[in-house]
Design a protein around this ligand. Structure first.
Ligand code: PGA
Length: 257
């Protein structure tokens, strides 16, 4: 597969943390610390209520803002939901879709991931589509089968043009919030598998251009080892993105040669 240069992306998933004031403070502290990070795209994903505060604080910086989820309908009687257009209106450029916490606790399935990804693309958002196996699935040797099912279920129905605009995040569930990071080799194997899958479902060219992020206990002290792997194009960071200094240290990790 011909190797394309893929621009790194470091995205912070704040989950259910940060008030508006805290979001403003975090983004204001982060902006000067990542101002020199010309080698990568920097994204933060606040909870819905703090999106506008984060967008305002990020103005004039290179920090982009993401939603953590969306609903696929344009509008309607869907209590508790937010549409793609509403995220765009609030100032988002990205949206996380299919995070394992949505899958585990809120009934997210591959079909809803697919509908959400389509809706995000129609609205002009960049979807960050998450896939990943549980510990039990890994230990029973089902990792590749799970990734295959989630990838095909969520993404196979996209057109090549749509697929070229998405990001994929490989997030092994056993590594999320546990402090148990995948080894760079484990992550690279999964990324390689996903890229092969992208090549067979779409094309070698699109697979080579696809940016695949790793997520799961990424910290300032393990980012360099992960980013040294050829197939890892960035990170989706949870806990370590809640602090400006630690997130900036992850963003500012040097590029591989
Ligand atoms: P973590 O979360 O970095 O706290 O493990 C990652 C994620 O869920 O995106």
């Amino acid at each position: 597969m011909t190797r394309q240069t893929r621009r790194r992306v470091i995205a912070g998933n704040w989950k259910m943390y940060k008030t508006q004031a805290e979001a403003r403070a975090l983004v204001s502290a982060l902006a000067p610390l990542v101002a020199q990070a010309a080698h990568c795209d920097v994204v933060v994903a606040p909870p819905f209520t703090a999106i506008v505060a984060a967008v305002e604080a990020a103005r004039g910086s290179s920090i982009a803002v993401s939603g953590q989820d969306l609903f696929w309908e344009k509008e309607g009687a869907f209590t508790g939901e937010v549409s793609a257009a509403m995220l765009v209106d609030a100032g988002c450029r990205y949206v996380i879709i299919g995070h394992s916490e949505r899958r585990q606790f809120f009934g997210e399935i591959d079909d809803s991931v697919h509908k959400k990804t389509k809706a995000a693309l129609v609205a002009g958002l960049i979807p960050i589509v998450c896939v990943g196996e549980t510990l039990q699935e890994r230990e029973s040797g089902a990792t590749e089968a799970v990734l295959d099912r989630q990838f095909r279920g969520g993404l196979a129905g996209l057109t090549p043009g749509e697929f070229s605009r998405i990001l994929v995040a490989y997030e092994p569930v056993w590594a999320i919030g546990t402090g148990r990071v995948a080894t760079p080799e484990q992550a690279a194997a999964a990324h390689g598998f996903l890229r092969e899958l992208a090549a067979s479902v779409f094309s070698a060219e699109l697979a080579s251009a696809l940016r695949i992020l790793y997520g799961g206990s990424v910290k300032p002290d393990n980012i360099a080892g992960l980013m040294a792997q050829e197939g890892l194009d960035g990170a989706l960071v949870g806990g370590a993105s809640l602090d400006a200094k630690s997130f900036a240290a992850i963003v500012n990790c040097p590029t591989r040669k």
